[in-house]
Design a protein around this ligand. Structure first.
Ligand code: KKD
Ligand code: ZN
Length: 312
């Protein structure tokens, strides 16, 4: 194709829920679709719902031994052995066998991995590559279909901060992060937003497989810039909270001098960066253990190539 990119049909798609066992929308949707998959069926693509971490779901915990969504490293996936490994490492190897192998031609085409956040992020699509024009066209389609409801795009491509996700076994990995929703809780509005995004995503794949060409476009993304930890005392304990002016303000610009943290005695710690950044995952419950109060991002507009399916 001279003026764009050709991609193979996306014939095998999986929808992952319960990568984190206490993020209930994905757990509930996968269980609904496992009982009756008519809603996610399309004529030109096979879509399978899959529960990634059943033991964590049973306990309603993020994980049993270690975070599954960090476990898909080349070291873990190539490691021999069994019973003595942490549960999630064993599970990662199984998932890689079923849906991968990661990086191989046999891997699934698309994996949607359903997550919830305690942060006020709204609906967010998470992409791992700025050069995957199939995924960029898909998120462009979803954003338009979701309007006027917003759907943000977080790009996690970063030399140090990228992590080895469950969905990364697919050729086209897509994370869905919808919040705010407390851990272990189902909220109908969050559940329904997630369900709508999956519907639009599958409609896009069906159209693509049917031969629809998607013209060049532009898409606004927020690229991960820096992790910011809570202020800590000499014992390593947190000594301040997210400032009320920042709390719930995911995706809004944070300018130099803006309040960022509030100490327990009431004083303000301001942001000292060079220019505006866009914080997200603000005060995410699961990130206290990761020493992350929020992540800053930079807003970018990506030029997306036209795409159409390769016909052999
Ligand atoms: C709150 C949460 O679990 N967020 C996900 C984000 C992602 O899937 O990229 C994670 O840290 O694994
Ligand atoms: Zn999660």
């Amino acid at each position: 194709m001279s003026d764009g990119c050709g991609y193979a049909e996306a014939r095998r798609v999986a929808i992952f829920g319960g990568t984190h066992g206490n993020e209930m929308s994905g757990v509930a949707l996968v269980s609904v679709w496992t009982r009756d998959d008519r809603e996610i069926r399309r004529s030109r693509v096979r879509t399978e719902p899959f529960l990634c971490n059943p033991r964590a779901v049973e306990k309603c915990a993020r994980y049993i031994d270690t975070d599954l969504n960090r476990a898909f490293t080349p070291e873990n996936l190539s490691m021999p052995g069994g019973e003595e490994l942490p549960y999630e490492v064993r599970r990662a190897k199984e998932i890689n066998q079923i849906f991968g192998p990661k990086g191989s031609p046999d891997a699934y085409d698309v994996i949607f991995d359903l997550h919830n956040t305690t942060s006020n992020m709204g609906s967010t699509l998470i992409l791992e590559s700025a050069t995957d024009h199939f995924n960029l066209q898909m998120v462009h389609y979803i954003k338009k279909a979701m309007a006027p409801e917003s759907c943000m795009v977080l790009l996690t491509e970063h030399p140090q901060l990228k992590y080895s996700t469950t969905r990364s076994v697919a050729k086209h990995p897509v994370g869905l992060e919808v919040g705010p929703q407390p851990q272990g809780v189902l909220r109908s509005n969050i559940f329904e937003s997630m369900r709508r995004i999956v519907k639009h995503a599958l409609d896009f794949i069906e159209m693509f497989n049917g031969g629809v060409e998607f013209p060049a476009c532009r898409v606004e993304v927020f690229r991960v810039h820096e992790r910011v930890d809570y202020p800590r005392d000499t014992n390593g304990n947190i000594s301040a909270m997210v400032h009320p002016h920042l709390q719930d303000c995911d995706w809004e610009p944070l300018n130099p001098g803006d309040p960022m943290f509030q100490t327990f005695d009431g004083s303000t710690i301001a942001y000292q960066g060079a220019g505006p950044v866009y914080p997200t995952f603000i005060n995410e419950a699961a990130y206290y253990e990761k020493h992350q109060a929020f992540v800053t991002t930079c807003r970018e507009t990506l030029a997306v190539s036209a795409i159409r399916k390769i016909t052999k």
